[in-house]
Design a protein around this ligand. Structure first.
Ligand SMILES: [Zn+2]
Length: 283
């Protein structure tokens, strides 16, 4: 059966790369609103999902995280402070990823979690570090070379076991899906693309992809699922304001529509960790 994994990168609006230079106020938050909306939608659709949490938020969001675990969803890691790994030295990245592991284990009793890099900022050297630290998988690869912040993962020595799934003896990479259109690889996952592309185009590319592939991996962020107003830092640029606001009112309804399309196309919903266990059993 074809498999889909729905995931959310649990972070707040101030973790977004484009607000980092002009932050002075972290008191406003959209995290709980957006994450609860995500939980409402997947509960209504009766599916399990993977939540990638920023390490520094774990101790203040324990109640929410325990609710997620009690509902049988998976929790994995999304770096400790949401710093882009490619801006860190290998040593700094190793420290950051170790801190995240320890926090997940001590506060939530999670061992061998998965990982997703902020802004998909990862390369082969850093992937190797995750593997050595006993993370069990990563989902940061995306073949959309036009985005300036994305890193590049080659995983040449890995074996392809499903579409967009690559594995070696102890570690799996789940690549986020793109569809070829006008000579470009257009991401057909991610709240940003879901909000910004015209719906007919997104739907067209998605359906084309789903017909030709046996897996589909989706990610979204809390701020894309709630309309809650944030007064942005005064010196934020117009582009940043626009990127943050555009299509936010459509995020939740398009997300439910997307799940319905996946169901119609015969996809089964699993978490990354369940899928990874199945892959390990094939070995
Ligand atoms: Zn992020």
């Amino acid at each position: 059966m074809k498999k889909a994994v729905i995931s959310i990168d649990v972070e707040d609006w101030y973790h977004l790369e484009y607000f980092k230079d002009n932050l002075n106020d972290k008191s406003q938050s959209i995290l709980e609103d957006g994450t609860n909306e995500f939980i409402n939608i997947i509960t209504e659709e009766n599916i399990k999902a993977t939540f990638f949490i920023v390490g520094e938020l774990i101790s203040s969001k324990l109640k929410l995280l325990k609710k997620i675990i009690n509902q049988d969803h998976e929790i994995s890691g999304h770096s400790f402070n949401h710093v882009r790994p490619l801006t860190q030295s290998l040593e700094e990245f190793k420290l950051d990823s170790t801190k995240l592991l320890v926090e997940l284990k001590e506060k939530l009793n999670i061992i061998n979690p998965g990982y997703r890099a902020p802004c998909f900022s990862l390369d082969d050297e850093r992937l190797k570090i995750l593997k050595e630290l006993n993370y069990s998988y990563d989902s940061s690869k995306i073949s959309a070379g036009f985005h300036p912040l994305y890193g590049s993962i080659n995983i040449k020595q890995y074996k392809k076991v499903f579409d967009n799934v690559y594995t070696d003896k102890t570690f799996t990479e789940f690549e986020l899906p793109t569809q070829r259109f006008l000579n470009k690889n257009i991401p057909i996952s991610g709240g940003g693309y879901l909000r910004i592309l015209p719906w007919f185009l997104f739907k067209y590319l998605l359906k084309k992809y789903l017909k030709e592939n046996d897996t589909y991996f989706f990610f979204i962020h809390p701020f894309e699922l709630t309309n809650k107003n944030i007064s942005l830092p005064k010196d934020s640029s117009i582009t940043s304001r626009l990127r943050f606001r555009i299509g936010r009112s459509k995020g939740a309804s398009r997300f439910s529509k997307l799940i319905k399309i996946l169901k119609k196309e015969g996809f089964e919903f699993v978490t990354f960790s369940d899928f990874n266990k199945e892959i390990n059993n094939l070995k």
